[in-house]
Design a protein around this ligand. Structure first.
Ligand code: 2P0
Length: 324
């Protein structure tokens, strides 16, 4: 039997999906209705520690005791390590994000991936990355894509028990990122925490079935096409698929029985600016998650110009995707 360490530490970067995940075919195991694909937001990192607690199970997020919802996500991860090792002692989890949370920046992805890595060290389980991805998935779906850095493909999987639903870097991921010299620019603009969490927003019963099924078919097609485009190093095609994929997600979300809107008023202006940059020859394509923040897919060379051309909208952060 594995023995736990005094303290386990894990670090993970947030990720931004180019092909989005939105809906679960199994809400207990967090199995998605479609595959998805992401790149890391290398500047947005969570660091998490696990250690023994004399005071029951406790979770601190950025130094503050966590809410019940956050607690449940973390404990779905910890429960899996307890089941694997038989160790039931109370633990204290501390997680720090170096970026704003709950604004559509997938803090749960990096936080739960970092927790999974910390727990793997604390419990001495030495699990392979794809198994960690499966565990992280059950904390928060998008966390499956934050265990490793690279062009991360989360397989939809076919099995009911979820054994084939995990994320891994695509073949030659690092070499492709080096060749394309990709970067993200994130525009941080102020906002309050969002009204509808992703978990609630993506419930299948929110959507007319025919509209949702159409989105599933299109998302599946987008995933196949973007994989081809990555292997062909075809950046304009990657960018076009990325933009259309996020726009279709937001159209789906707005078609909910009770419409949900994650956009804020400045988004159309930012998207217009990005289109104008592209028309002037700059490589720049937009994407947005379930939040108001716009992220731009670009190249390292263009990223400084792209960032400076968006500074009037908010604080710009450049993520170099060639970093390992
Ligand atoms: C994604 N999002 O692919 C999509 C795009 C937001 C929009 O994954 O219920 O926090 O914990 O699995 O992972 C956000 O959803 O939801 C998300 P749960 P999660 O990145």
């Amino acid at each position: 039997m594995s023995r736990h360490q005094n303290i386990g530490t894990g670090r993970a970067a947030a990720n931004m999906a180019l092909i989005k995940y939105w809906g679960k075919r199994d809400t207990q195991l967090y199995l998605p209705t479609t595959g998805s694909l992401s790149l890391p937001l290398t500047q947005f990192v969570s660091t998490t520690t696990c250690e023994a607690s004399d005071d029951g199970d406790v979770l601190y997020l950025n130094g503050v005791k966590a809410t019940t919802g956050q607690h449940q996500k973390a404990w779905r991860v910890i429960q899996q390590f307890r089941a694997l090792t038989g160790q039931q002692n109370s633990i204290c989890v501390r997680s720090h994000n170096n970026f704003p949370t709950a604004q559509g920046l997938a803090s749960s992805a990096s936080g739960l991936a970092a927790l999974t890595k910390a727990a793997n060290q604390y419990y001495g389980t030495k699990l392979a990355p794809h198994l960690l991805s499966m565990i992280a998935r059950q904390g928060s779906g998008s966390a499956a894509r934050s265990i490793e850095r690279g062009i991360m493909l989360w397989h939809k999987g076919r099995h009911r028990d979820g054994i084939d639903s995990y994320a891994e870097p695509i073949q030659n991921s690092h070499a492709i990122l080096q060749k394309l010299q990709l970067a993200f620019v994130t525009i941080l603009t102020p906002a309050t925490e969002k009204d509808v969490s992703s978990t609630v927003g993506m419930r299948l019963e929110n959507y007319p079935r025919s509209i949702y099924n159409k989105w599933v078919r299109q998302n599946t097609k987008d995933l196949k096409e973007i994989l081809e485009a990555f292997h062909q190093l075809d950046l304009p095609r990657i960018g076009d698929i990325t933009e259309r994929n996020f726009m279709r997600l937001h159209l789906l979300i707005e078609s909910a029985h009770k419409p949900i809107r994650y956009w804020k008023e400045d988004a159309p202006h930012i998207l217009g600016r990005i289109r104008a940059m592209r028309q002037s020859g700059l490589p720049a394509w937009a994407t947005m998650d379930a939040g108001h923040i716009v992220t731009i897919l670009t190249t390292r060379t263009a990223s400084i110009t792209v960032a400076s051309m968006c500074e009037d909208f908010g604080t710009t952060i450049i993520h170099d995707l060639t970093q390992k």
